[in-house]
Design a protein around this ligand. Structure first.
Ligand SMILES: [Zn+2]
Length: 91
């Protein structure tokens, strides 16, 4: 082994978001993970929603906002069309 080029190999405590902790060895002393073999659906056999920091809610909020913007735009367009040709109203 050449000296001075290898990272230090230290005991590492791994903390999962489910609360499970275990010790292994790594070049880092602490690891924080979202899934481990104690809570991953592949090992537990149970279905689980893996939602990191409210991503689903954020997506639903964004979707609702874009739909509202689209309908507002459509209403604006309809109003502009009605202004241009008040006699030829289509609805
Ligand atoms: Zn876990």
């Amino acid at each position: 082994m050449k000296t001075g080029i290898h990272p230090e190999y230290v005991p590492c405590s791994v903390h999962c978001s489910c609360g499970h902790e275990y010790v292994t060895r790594s070049t880092r002393s602490v690891l924080r993970v979202e899934l481990c073999s104690e809570c991953h659906p592949f090992y537990t056999g149970k279905q689980k929603v893996v939602d990191t920091a409210g991503r689903v809610e954020r997506f639903q909020r964004r979707q609702a906002a874009s739909e509202a913007a689209r309908s507002a735009q459509a209403a604006q367009k309809a109003a502009a069309a009605a202004k241009k040709a008040p006699a030829a109203k289509k609805k």
